[in-house]
Design a protein around this ligand. Structure first.
Ligand code: GYE
Length: 322
């Protein structure tokens, strides 16, 4: 070590608070601090996503400040403001809805704190407000659900009456999963969405809204398209309580492919689940490290995913990680 460096080190040492020194005399490197604003704990998907982020931060040695917004945008905005005030190194968040983020994102930019979007997109015009967006292609997930249905019903002559349980109003996955599904089914006029309402991505709401659908339409319903597994699982309960057989009297399609969906498929109550991976933690931590190392991140990092029809569920189940 050169003389000058040593002197700087000694000076730094003299000034350093005790917390900076590790047992054994080595210096603790200041960890990267990541502020993460999570939507809530509305679904099995979300729980797995939070778990992935927490465990991979620990593994990567990144100090994580984790805030749960209980599905409220105002809480997310508050959390992001507090991360800015605390001068974290990087902010990441999963925006509950697409719009209304401009002001807080401009505040982060003014404070020179890079923002990474995970899981859901925002619809702000100024794309310089975030450095990267990582997550699934929700439109494609909707298309996969639609293609599966078109194939399943290809020999059906009469009308196919569909009820749809939408995700959170104004959220990217609700908007895009609807869009992708409709794009595919509109090719054949026999497919009709006769009811469509939000179940807010939760089991309880999925059940409640399905009860209302059944009351209004009863046996007319041929298909349920749920924007996530939790709502489908809630709806399955409603269908059984109405004395009908899920996956037989009503064909059920959902999205996420969480463990609960596999259990339902193995039990013969859910026909298919389109995969949407919540395991974004490792790639988020890598991105945070890359940013701090001065690298430029790709603007878009898309998650690779598949589709699991009921017939494949038993063989796939042991391999599932969420
Ligand atoms: O499909 C749903 C969750 O944004 C992809 O949010 C996520 C969705 C997921 O509540 O279960």
């Amino acid at each position: 070590m050169k003389q000058l460096q040593r002197r700087t080190l000694v000076t730094a040492l003299a000034a350093a608070p005790v917390a900076l020194m590790l047992p054994g005399g080595a210096f603790a490197q200041k960890p990267i601090v990541l502020g993460f604003s999570q939507i809530g704990a509305e679904s099995e998907w979300r729980t797995a996503n939070s778990e992935s982020i927490k465990s991979s931060a620990k593994e990567a040695g990144i100090e994580l400040k984790f805030a749960d917004a209980q599905q409220k945008q105002e809480n997310q905005i508050k959390a992001i403001r507090s991360f800015i005030a605390q001068k974290v190194d990087v902010i990441a968040f999963s925006p509950v809805v697409e719009s209304g983020w401009g002001a807080v994102l401009r505040e982060a930019k003014a404070a020179k704190i890079p923002v990474i979007l995970t899981d859901r997109a925002v619809n702000e015009k100024d794309e310089s407000l975030w450095v990267s967006f990582m997550g699934s292609d929700f439109v494609e997930e909707g298309r996969k659900a639609g293609r599966w249905l078109v194939e399943k019903m290809k020999d059906q002559k009469g009308e196919v009456n569909i009820v749809e349980l939408q995700g959170t109003v104004g959220s990217a996955p609700a908007i895009d999963r609807k869009k992708g599904f409709e794009e595919i089914i509109k090719a054949d006029p026999k497919f009709k969405i006769i009811r469509s309402q939000t179940g807010d991505f939760t089991r309880a709401k999925g059940k409640e809204v399905m009860e209302a659908f059944l009351k209004a339409e009863g046996k007319k319903i041929n298909v349920l398209y749920a924007h996530n597994d939790d709502m489908a699982i809630g709806a399955i309960q409603a269908i059984e309580e109405a004395g009908m057989k899920p996956a037989k009297d009503i064909v059920i399609i959902s999205i996420d492919a969480v463990k609960g969906a596999f259990e339902a498929m193995i039990a013969g109550k859910l026909n298919v689940s389109v995969e949407c991976s919540p395991l974004l933690g490792p790639q988020l931590m890598q991105a945070v490290k890359d940013l701090k190392a001065g690298k430029t991140l790709p603007r878009r990092i898309v998650t690779e995913e598949g589709i699991f029809p009921m017939e494949t569920a038993a063989a796939e189940f042991p391999k599932r990680k969420y």
